[in-house]
Ligand binder design. Sequence first.
Ligand SMILES: Cc1cc2nc3c(=O)[nH]c(=O)nc-3n(C[C@H](O)[C@H](O)[C@H](O)COP(=O)(O)OP(=O)(O)OC[C@H]3O[C@@H](n4cnc5c(N)ncnc54)[C@H](O)[C@@H]3O)c2cc1C
Length: 344
Amino acid sequence: MRFSGRERHQVFLEPEGLETEEYYANGVSTSLPVDVQTKLYRSITGLEEVEIMRPAYAIEYDYAPPTQVKNTLETKLIEGLYFAGQINGTSGYEEAAAQGLMAGINAGLKIQKRGPLVLTRSLAYIGVLIDDLVTRGTNEPYRMFTSRAEYRLILREDNADLRLRNIGREIGLVSDEAYHQYLEKKGSVEQELDRLKRTVIKPSPQINADLERRSSSILSAEASLEQLLKRPELNYGDIEKISPPPVSIKPDAAEQVEIQVKYEGYIERQMNQVKRYAGLEQKTIPPDLDYEAITGLGSEVTQKLKQVRPVSLGQASRISGITPAAISLLMVALEKRKRGKAAG
Ligand SMILES: Cc1cc2nc3c(=O)[nH]c(=O)nc-3n(C[C@H](O)[C@H](O)[C@H](O)COP(=O)(O)OP(=O)(O)OC[C@H]3O[C@@H](n4cnc5c(N)ncnc54)[C@H](O)[C@@H]3O)c2cc1C
């Protein structure tokens, strides 16, 4: 039914374990009746005598439109009730775990009468996930693909600690030991980056022989260690041998130094993008803003804004159907409101 136009379809037979004859047939997910499944599997070359140990089945689930929860995952209608996971329209273990973490953190912070924790799209995939859900809603099970993040280059596994550990520490979720390890790594990365910038190597027969051995072009003028590390054929290990730091740094810090130096140009470009958009993200919209009173918005845009109640102009701009013109009108309305408040 689903691939009726195709002549071929790939199926992976995955062994379920070392001591079982059971295989998982990846690629033939189905909910057809069991006798039809048997015929279907036996029609596959090599599986003519296959026995089904557990038939495939489908599940159906309901969800609450995620535009009905705030970016803290607290429901808009019932204060103190938080939704996380599949109930918000997602599918997946990580998606569910990430939301569970954030809902738990925010529920905890609320009870302690502390401010909420919202991660931005440029800070974490969790930020992208929750912002997508609460802003756009979803019509099909939402999965967190890397392609959904516009700042992929800075959302890396290798810098997750540098991005997020401080935040974790502030809300009381990072132990002293983990925090000190993080501070040590951060410190040694910063120190080493600084040393690479400041240390200048002069051309000499010895350094040029070193470079030639590593198939790198020889120096005809002075170059900083940072410039040398930017060469694609040289890695941090090479630089460390050419000019060792006073105290050798740990492998994870060395990896970070290498990444930050080699990709500096790309990372900087993306950070500038983040800064440009941060302006809109910081322009907050009060939750009680009367969209009906803003002339020129149009009824469809007004409806959408009322439904989502975005917390910032940035979030408003990502709602489907919200035009740049509508954002300008909102900006003016917020400005007027601010001046009105100041005057009154
Ligand atoms: C067959 C199958 C294969 C899957 N394979 C993968 C995969 O390979 N990779 C992947 O990432 N995801 C996979 N998923 C999706 C993933 O399992 C789910 O999206 C995820 O587990 C949802 O987590 P959750 O915590 O939101 O919901 P659930 O794990 O469904 O948790 C909800 C819990 O609430 C309990 N509950 C319900 N009603 C009540 C009540 N009234 N009172 C108290 N408790 C209640 C339920 O018993 C349940 O324990 C698969 C799902 C299925 C069905």
